[in-house]
Ligand binder design. Sequence first.
Ligand code: AMP
Length: 408
Amino acid sequence: MNILVVNAGSSSLKYQLIDTDTNIVGAKGICERIGMDGSLIEHKQLVKGLKAKLASPMKDHADAMKLVVEYLTDAEDGCISSMNEIQAIGHRVVHGGAFFSGSILMTEDVLEKLELCKEFAPLHTVAHLMGIKGCLEIMPDKPQVLVFDTAFHQTMEPEAYIYALPYEYYEKHGIRRYGMHGTSHRFVSGEMIKLLGKPAEETKIVTCHIGNGSSVSAVKGGKVMDTSMGFTPLAGVEMGTRCGDIDPALVLYIMDKEGLSTDEMNNVMNKKSGFLGVTGFSSDSRDIEDAIKAGPTDPNYEKAMLAVNILKHGLKKYIGSYASIMNGLDAVVFTAGIGENSPMLRELVCSNMEYLGIELDKQANERAFRCSDPTRISTDSSKVTVYVIPTNEELVIAKDTAAIVASL
Ligand code: AMP
């Protein structure tokens, strides 16, 4: 089945056309600056290896979808001959609140519930709704399926998702841990379960999705027991520009000391913290690793080292505490931009973890860089298996969409 996977942002729309029978991506691309001057589309036809980047006016997401379909069906650059070859559309949706514990076919009722999720992720949800409506306008007869980043985490027990705040806030405002990156945690834990070769119900896995945004999950028996992001994607380990876990009283203290409004404080924690806040020069782990590799004479070395050590420390704490709540650990998985591409961070995290049964194979770890397949980086004698598994959220979205459409 040919599934068009759509990830709509407020002024951008990423897409991939995936054949779920072969898992082949026929084409992918991104529309940028939608609704602004200078909008453009970057389209890659992967079967023929063609690439195009063109300025094209797009006043809204429907315009963007129209253009995407034109490219996909273009006689020269396209990979399908007509829109009829697209069987359905699968959307990435960032927040499904407590309404959605799995992927779902878009209906009026589903859209009404999604409207309510604006409370939790206003910018993202509005963008998703624009993407869905854009698809409805251009391809009114195609089934659309919504795949939520929060859904995989809905298996958590109340002891993991209820905050020790007055309970009425949970009842009145839905304040609880939701978690994010669920589609990625689901994909890599599913791959890891296959590799462990024992019954899924018996597996205990910690998945570390470490990119610009990062989260760690405890996946026991294929179900999430706990995850590091919370009510928002600000919680958990240190990230590119987000602070991760801090003493909650600090928010009030800093606002008072620095004379910040709530918006300004929100901005500090989301945009000015993490790697960027600690190093003062970059949120990108590549810049930070370059400074570390340059050595102690580099003026950015100390801060770069500190930023990476803070992330290492946070990851070790999460791995240890998740092993403890699962009463054991079979595997640790690293994924996403940093998890897949930074042997340095993986080595720092996996060193001095023998007490837990983790023994890193340093050479295998160095070799696991931009790998396209799951790669083991623990030694043969390591009690806990450690893997780098490239994430593939789009494939999960395409497969869920195909399964739902096939069952109609
Ligand atoms: P993501 O949010 O998953 O796209 O990950 C983005 C992060 O991955 C950024 O901090 C990038 O610097 C980092 N990243 C991507 N490629 C590499 C690499 N080759 N080495 C180290 N970090 C990388």
